[in-house]
Design a binder for this molecule. Structure first.
Ligand code: PMP
Length: 323
């Protein structure tokens, strides 16, 4: 689908996957005016195809568009287009447990000019790709590296937008974490480098003395759809989640005193990813004996069950496509 200032968003179409031809001065190549989303379609054992909370992705896409001065899209129309598109490609959706069809909507600015100002033309595309199970040989808790030099997001910046620069800006820390044999970066706030924001491409939760805590949204943390679902799910079970500022020192102290019971990340890719170890200022800490905790385990089972249609969906989160 294309956008011009004269016509607005127009000409939605489905075309075979193919390389694009673009002007070398297209603005996206130079100034990164681009946004994206990520969601999944699942096939359940009864053959139905389900999208998990897709309206939330289009809402967040528009929120990112607004931050990057990209014209917003009609969320209802986008959902209708996506349903048609996924239905066409539904044979591609694997049915083995843990597999799904990954859906990547994205918008790029295309005006051919080196001017530093919002583009007047854009292209929106959606690519679909079957993905295997995130966990091949069972769920293995990850170790994380607390990054205390680079930050992912600053107050007033683009941290809560899904835009390219936030991800390429994270590579340096990602490489550093990998050099320390850690799978993910734990990001701290961009001012005091003290308050926890998120983990790699996941939001993060802590179980302390039986209560679940997560960093409160502050404009620089991505508003994860899995995060929102976890909060709603736990609340429906009478376990309110405390959304607040959480410092890294508090977590280290809670781990030392034995009151930190679980740490886990939430995101579309892994759904729930338990954290078994943490490195901070050259010290390694083991969390929950390096094992997955009962809350993470229950959340994983329940969310995956709802997403794949194997469990009831009392929240009405899944959009079930007609066969
Ligand atoms: N934080 C970041 C930076 C991310 O890229 C993602 C993945 N979209 C998340 C958190 C988790 O968000 P969601 O649950 O919507 O996948």
């Amino acid at each position: 689908m294309n956008y011009t200032s004269e016509e607005g968003w127009h000409h939605p179409r489905i075309v075979p996957y193919q390389p694009l031809t673009m002007d070398p001065s297209a603005m996206v190549f130079h100034y990164g005016q681009t946004v994206f989303e990520g969601l999944k379609a699942y096939r359940s054992s009864d053959g139905h195809v389900r999208l998990f909370r897709p309206e939330e992705n289009f809402r967040r896409l528009n929120q990112s568009c607004d931050r990057l001065c990209i014209p917003t899209v009609n969320e209802e129309a986008m959902l209708d287009y996506l349903k048609e598109y996924v239905k066409l490609d539904k044979e591609w959706i694997p049915s083995e447990p843990g597999t799904s069809l990954y859906i990547r909507p994205f918008i790029i600015s295309t005006e051919p000019t080196l001017d530093v100002s919002p583009s007047r033309t854009y292209t929106l595309m959606i690519i679909l790709s079957p993905v295997g199970s995130f966990y091949k040989g069972g769920i293995d808790p990850v170790s994380i590296f607390v990054e205390d030099e680079f930050t992912r997001a600053a107050p007033g910046g683009t941290g809560n937008a899904k835009t390219a620069g936030n991800y390429s800006g994270a590579y340096k820390a990602q490489n550093r974490a990998a050099g320390h044999q850690k799978a993910q970066v734990l990001w701290l706030d961009g001012v005091e480098k003290r308050y926890i924001e998120e983990v790699g491409s996941m939001n993060v939760f802590f179980k302390i003395d039986g209560e679940i805590h997560t960093p409160a949204l502050n404009g620089s943390i991505l508003e994860g759809i899995t995060r929102k679902s976890v909060i709603e799910l736990l609340e429906s079970e009478g376990m309110p989640v405390r959304e607040r500022k959480i410092s890294i020192d508090e977590i280290i102290a809670a781990n030392e005193s034995g009151s930190l019971q679980e740490v886990f990340g939430t995101g579309t890719a892994a759904v729930i990813s338990p954290v078994g170890g943490l490195e901070y200022k050259d010290r390694d800490y083991v969390i929950n004996n390096g094992e997955m905790g009962e809350t993470a385990s229950w959340l994983h089972e329940t969310l995956v069950g709802i997403q794949t249609g194997e469990l009831d969906d009392p929240f009405g989160w899944s959009v079930v496509l007609e066969r």
